[in-house]
Ligand binder design. Structure first.
Ligand SMILES: Cc1cc2nc3c(=O)[nH]c(=O)nc-3n(C[C@H](O)[C@H](O)[C@H](O)COP(=O)(O)OP(=O)(O)OC[C@H]3O[C@@H](n4cnc5c(N)ncnc54)[C@H](O)[C@@H]3O)c2cc1C
Length: 412
């Protein structure tokens, strides 16, 4: 008889990797199926690499619950695996009086959410912390816990540790069809053959609605939102001391000027409609506008040429919140619409999946649990690979790629 997996995860973005890691650690026999040649190749390879505190997540949302769960636990994971991070903090700057009037409400919301002890800064305090900021600021909010991580390394480490603990990971495996069997299991047909599992978890991100349709489900549709970024070299890292945030709007956190864990300064992301689910090219008008914006906020930034640009697509749906639902009769769980905070909410999402598997699907693990956090031996192999222990992975995220690139910096 063919192998039967306890859990089959469709999609190797940060969400699928976190889910397969959590379920494998808890003793479930897991299979991860990813359609691309490399894991972390879609939405998860075009983000800002920030571990957000949820300062702008709507109260009572699933998103806030998942962020609140993830935030304290992620540091144990990062330290356990030996991954880089920097709790650099964020400074939300009001450039007009109208924006400044919104700061107390944002501070109050963040306090209610309970993660980050935000504090309003006077203008003079702002300039003593961020002396290179343009001189027309009207007020600011300090969000001390905002953290930057390596978004590729964090996500790939979940998959790698799951693999170390016995998970099977198949790439180039496009899930094409599914079929419920008579004995309450699911056959999953892929471009690499058929697999059978007790529960399928749809972590299809930008394609989540298409994957759901294979199970006859149609509760949301993905309308991707594009983000563009401009990357500066590490030599300008002294220009900012924290991530510089604008006042958030209905569309999200806005365009941020931030420093990666490797020291590159980045401006972005934009928030634009996208007609396609395929990663778009950046357009020079938008990049020029981002650079002008950066120059108008941080003195000296405009004097330095950028070294690269990149784009990402958010798996947005018609609603703002996450879509996490379980369909025991179909042996199916859907994780959809993880739009802007998938990295920051990843452990909370994975924990919700575990609860659904236990409480709604009644599925017990078939193996012994292994929740230990063992250090990963990481060696970058420029220009585009990394070895984690003895496994070589292709790096897919521009933050990591720019971070390990030294040639461009030394040329400038
Ligand atoms: C511009 C931008 C900035 C962001 N900034 C941040 C940030 O700073 N912090 C933060 O926490 N979040 C941020 N996010 C959000 C975060 O990146 C997303 O929430 C997250 O990447 C979603 O992950 P996912 O695994 O759901 O989707 P994806 O990364 O899209 O992964 C889904 C995977 O499923 C695979 N797949 C789909 N269909 C199939 C199929 N039929 N068969 C097999 N495989 C399939 C895909 O190939 C893909 O690899 C940002 C996003 C963007 C775009």
């Amino acid at each position: 008889m063919a192998d039967i997996f306890d859990v089959i995860v469709v999609g190797g973005g940060v969400v699928g990797c976190a889910v397969v890691w959590e379920m494998t650690s808890r003793g479930y026999r897991c299979l991860l199926l990813e359609k691309n040649e490399n894991l972390i190749s879609e939405a998860s390879s075009g983000n800002s690499g920030m571990l957000h505190t949820g300062f702008d997540a709507p109260a009572d949302s699933l998103e806030l619950q998942c962020i609140t769960y993830t935030f304290p636990r992620m540091f144990d994971v990062l330290q356990g695996f030996g991954l880089v991070y920097d709790k650099i903090g964020a400074t939300m700057v009001a450039w007009t009086q109208e924006q400044a009037s919104k700061l107390p409400l944002i501070a109050q919301r963040s306090k209610t959410a309970g993660i980050s002890p935000t504090r309003e800064l006077s203008v003079s305090e702002l300039y003593s912390r961020e002396p290179r900021l343009s001189r027309h600021a009207q007020g600011a909010l300090w969000i001390p816990e905002e953290t930057v991580v390596d978004p590729w390394l964090t996500a790939i480490s979940f998959a790698h540790d799951a693999r170390r603990k016995g998970a099977v990971i198949e790439t180039d495996a496009l899930v094409q069809n599914i079929c419920k069997t008579d004995d309450q299991r699911v056959d999953v047909m892929t471009s690499r053959g058929q697999f059978t599992g007790n529960v399928v978890i749809n972590c299809g991100g930008l394609y989540g609605d298409i994957v759901d349709k294979l199970a006859g489900l149609q509760h949301f549709s993905i309308a991707p939102k594009k983000g563009q970024y401009a990357i500066y070299p590490k030599k300008v890292k002294h220009l900012i001391n924290s991530s510089i945030l604008p006042i958030p709007t209905e569309k999200g956190k806005g365009e941020i000027i931030f420093k990666t864990v490797y020291g590159n300064v980045i401006i972005g992301p934009t928030f634009e409609e996208s007609a396609s689910r395929r990663r778009p090219e950046s357009d020079s008008n938008t990049i020029q506008r981002l650079m002008r914006y950066g120059d108008s906020c941080v003195r000296g930034l405009g004097e330095c040429p950028i070294v690269n640009t990149y784009t990402g697509l958010r798996p947005a749906t018609e609603t703002k919140d996450y879509w996490i639902n379980s369909y025991p009769e179909s042996c199916w769980i859907t994780i959809g619409g993880i739009r802007s905070t998938g990295l920051s909410g990843s452990l909370g999402i994975a924990d919700k999946v575990r609860n659904l598997i236990v409480n709604q699907h009644g599925l017990e693990p078939s193996r012994t649990k292994r929740t230990d956090l063992e250090r990963i031996a990481i060696k970058f192999v420029p220009p585009s690979h990394a070895m984690l222990d003895d496994v070589t992975y292709t790096i897919t995220h521009p933050i990591t790629l720019s971070g390990i690139e030294t040639r461009l910096d030394s040329q400038l």
